[in-house]
Write a protein that binds this ligand. Structure first.
Ligand SMILES: CCCCCCCCCCCCCCCCCCCCC/C=C/C(=O)SCCNC(=O)CCNC(=O)[C@H](O)C(C)(C)COP(=O)(O)OP(=O)(O)OC[C@H]1O[C@@H](n2cnc3c(N)ncnc32)[C@H](O)[C@@H]1OP(=O)(O)O
Ligand SMILES: Cc1cc2nc3c(=O)[nH]c(=O)nc-3n(C[C@H](O)[C@H](O)[C@H](O)COP(=O)(O)OP(=O)(O)OC[C@H]3O[C@@H](n4cnc5c(N)ncnc54)[C@H](O)[C@@H]3O)c2cc1C
Length: 710
């Protein structure tokens, strides 16, 4: 029932079925020096400025690529798709931040059309097509069409409805978006105001926006591109409001793209940053009594009969939220991609950049050698790997839950909701902050658009808000935690990622046995500390809520919500640490690969412990001395990561095109690239700037005149 999204890692479905493939190779970087700006620089031969760094790696990078990507097949396909995109001039993106909004939007339409043409020509599989979409790396209507419109129909449409609408969507004969959020309500889905009133006389629903605040507001692809939408509206039949349901509504003519009668739509305007999410036409939509046939209500979960009777199938009504659950799990996988891109740029540049420390005219110190740089950067590197592995696990969980739902087993619905909501919230918040930290780690040059980091940040930050505001989602996790704690007394054994709570007697009083820094390398010591902290924080919250004198539970929850947020974060961090530990316990081939992952796993866990030391100490599961030992061990781990750092980011296997950063270039030759990039700015198109004769010259002349009068 949540057959919304396919697991693209395993899906081999071909859009078209011939095996013909073209091979593309990474073009060697040619340093094209700008004619005006760099006459004094000689064209340089290709040099690997990071070769010395790569030589110090103590593991097999090719095998680490496999561990990162998930399989040899995944490395191969990703490699092929990345090169295919990088070698195609239509997918150029280095000028993106200089385009006007209109140019950027047209460029997005062009890229999407070209991508589709290549997908058809090369007969790519769904897995390959999705990778191609990712490497094109420009948000656009196709994301919502494939990522939400199609999944909503698959998950909430009947067989008949799928049969009718999906072939049209698969061939782009219609373009769809997901129109849920309104001007007045986004987080509170039950508060949406758009109405869908059944008219038994004509066998139609009348879709209407009764107030300004009921205007649909934000849906991506709605503003300019979509012909159709899945619209969420209050279903009213026989005079009764049955709450939110999904409806397929045509918005624009399939002939000339003009809005259909009764439909008002447009783009909601420019967004944060240059380039970035401005390629997306987030839209506004109002309905004035628009009529659609009854069979365009998505009727898999509930139906309205010809006579207007409302019938709800015997399934949980939360299945209506299935599309959001699907996208939330894919957002976790995306977090590791965005974070690893930022970290790749910051690590490579930190290895190239030198400041201070020159002795007797010798070279200065690579900034990567500063312990402060390492203590800011290596936890982010470890987090990228942690998010990658927890993302893989979440993808598995989602697939598993989907299969269970198909068999009408709803027992894991709550687990899926808690994990997708919580992991979406934690990974996106950490990633957004980490991209900004990587910008600072790159010093002044990180602030240039050509570093790639400002745009990456601007395009990424809305992930903290869309698909559920992170605070709202963490409060959902907290509610489930409180429910689980309250059931412990009745002897009900928690399952899945909450199973550790079943060890309540032990975890509430255990004391860590760590007595040396090395003891923190023991995964059991880490696991126990994280479990004890998460459980004790949850139990403390539950006690405080119940003690909130004479208050109702909801009021107590409201009062304690800041603490509940922290308890939810602790629970989610435990999941991430657990999944990383489980990953490292698996058989991992390749010289030194397992050892590196082990080190990164320890960095991730001990960094969290160090950062949230207050939580661990307050709940009493570790002592201040044990906290200090964890920090001591962390320092040793950073030293262990240092010689491997560049190779660890090479293992992400990103092309220079995808990274889109002069600072993160594979060859580390950043200075000529920075220099060259500066000259491409439109301001440098003329030597004397436009406006000189109007504003600068008169000013200077006026001052000169004043001076000459003195
Ligand atoms: C050319 C190239 C072609 C390429 C071809 C490629 C092909 C490949 C295809 C793959 C493509 C993939 C692309 C993916 C890209 C995706 C891009 C995404 C971009 C993102 C754009 C953004 C979109 C949006 O933002 S959409 C709008 C999102 N909105 C929200 O998230 C709203 C948040 N609010 C809520 O979810 C709810 O209001 C909530 C949960 C806060 C409260 O709900 P409520 O109904 O009021 O309920 P409540 O009382 O709190 O809870 C009741 C009960 O229900 C349980 N619950 C809640 N939610 C769920 C759930 N989701 N699942 C299960 N259970 C749930 C809750 O726990 C309560 O339980 P009980 O306590 O037991 O009653
Ligand atoms: C780039 C982008 C793309 C989007 N794409 C789509 C799309 O394709 N389709 C679609 O339907 N929607 C889309 N959205 C809308 C998005 O899903 C909503 O903006 C999101 O769900 C947050 O809802 P809101 O805007 O109502 O925030 P609000 O809920 O108004 O949040 C405002 C503040 O209130 C706080 N808050 C709210 N409720 C609570 C609470 N119960 N307890 C404590 N604090 C609370 C929040 O934490 C936040 O700090 C998109 C949004 C963005 C930014």
């Amino acid at each position: 029932m949540w057959r919304g999204g396919s697991n693209t890692r395993t899906c081999k479905r071909r859009f078209f079925s011939s095996p013909t493939r073209s091979r593309h190779h990474r073009p060697p970087y040619i340093c094209r020096l700008h004619s005006r700006g760099s006459q004094h620089l000689k064209a340089m031969a290709e040099v690997d400025h990071l070769a010395a760094e790569r030589a110090t790696a103590r593991f097999d990078v090719e095998e680490m690529k496999v561990a990162w990507a998930g399989s040899r097949h995944a490395v191969h396909v990703a490699d092929r798709m990345a090169r295919l995109v990088a070698s195609d001039p239509v997918f150029r993106k280095d000028n993106r931040t200089m385009l006007s909004r209109k140019e950027l939007f047209k460029d997005t339409l062009r890229k999407a059309a070209h991508a589709w043409k290549r997908i058809v020509e090369l007969r790519l599989t769904e897995e390959e097509a999705d990778l191609l979409r990712q490497y094109v790396d420009q948000p656009g209507y196709v994301d919502l069409h494939w990522g939400m419109f199609v999944p909503a129909i698959k998950g909430q449409g009947t067989e008949e409805q799928q049969h009718k609408w999906l072939p049209l969507a698969y061939k782009f004969q219609i373009i769809g978006c997901y129109a849920q959020t309104e001007l007045g309500h986004g987080s509170n889905v039950q508060g949406l105001e758009t109405t869908a009133t059944f008219d038994p006389k004509t066998d139609e629903f009348v879709i209407h926006s009764p107030t300004l605040t009921s205007s649909k507001w934000w849906p991506g692809g709605l503003g300019k591109a979509s012909t159709h939408a899945v619209v969420y509206a209050r279903l009213i039949t026989e005079g009764k409001d049955y709450g939110i349901h999904g409806f397929i509504v045509q918005l624009r003519s399939l002939e000339d793209h003009s809005p259909l009668p009764g439909v008002t739509l447009g783009d909601i305007g420019g967004k944060f940053g240059s380039g970035a999410y401005n390629s997306m036409d987030n839209g506004v939509l109002r309905f004035d009594h628009v009529r659609i046939p009854r069979d365009q209500m998505l009727m898999r979960l509930s139906q309205v009969t010809r006579e207007g009777k409302y019938v709800h199938s015997n399934v949980p009504k939360q299945l209506l939220y299935g599309t959001m659950v699907y996208v939330r799990q894919s957002i976790v996988a995306d977090a590791s991609k965005a974070l690893s891109r930022a970290v790749c740029i910051a690590v490579r540049y930190s290895a190239v950049r030198k400041q201070f420390g020159s002795q007797d005219g010798g070279p200065e110190t690579q900034v990567l050698n500063y312990k402060t740089q390492q203590s800011r950067l290596f936890p982010l590197l470890a987090s990228a790997y942690a998010f990658r592995f927890v993302g893989d696990w979440l993808n598995w969980l989602y697939t598993d839950v989907t299969q269970k739902l198909e068999a009408k087993d709803f027992s894991t619905l709550q687990e899926a909701h808690a994990c997708t909501a919580g992991l979406k919230a934690v990974t996106t918040s950490v990633t957004a902050d980490a991209i900004e930290e990587c910008r600072k780690l790159c010093g002044g040059h990180g602030y240039l658009n050509s570093s790639g980091l400002p745009e990456l940040f601007a395009v990424y930050v809305p992930a903290c808000t869309y698909e559920g505001d992170n605070v709202v989602l963490l409060l959902q996790v907290a509610r489930i935690l409180m429910k689980t704690v309250s059931q412990l007394a009745s002897g009900k054994q928690p399952v899945g990622t909450m199973a550790y709570m079943g060890k309540v007697q032990y975890l509430m009083q255990c004391k860590s046995a760590v007595s040396s820094a090395e003891d923190w390398l023991n995964p059991d010591a880490i696991q126990e500390a994280f479990e004890a902290r998460a459980l004790r924080m949850a139990v403390n919250c539950a006690q405080n809520i119940s003690q909130a004198a004479s208050q109702e539970e909801a009021a107590g929850f409201y009062e304690r919500s800041p603490d509940l947020l922290e308890a939810a974060v602790a629970h989610i961090q435990l999941i991430i640490v657990t999944k990383f530990i489980e990953k490292v316990h698996q058989e991992i081939p390749g010289h030194g690969v397992k050892e590196q992952l082990q080190a990164l796993c320890n960095v991730y866990a001990l960094y969290i412990l160090h950062k949230h030391l207050g939580d661990f100490l307050a709940t009493g599961c570790i002592t201040p001395r044990q906290g200090a030992l964890a920090n001591e061990q962390l320092g040793k781990l950073y030293a262990q990561v240092r010689p491997n750092a560049v190779a660890l980011v090479d293992a992400f296997n990103y092309t220079d095109h995808y990274l889109g950063s002069v600072l993160g270039r594979y060859d580390g030759d950043v200075y000529p690239a920075l220099y060259e990039e500066a000259w491409k700015d439109p301001l440098n198109e003329t030597v004397v700037p436009e406006g000189y004769h109007e504003y600068l010259r008169p000013l200077i002349k006026q001052q000169q005149l004043k001076l000459s009068r003195l």
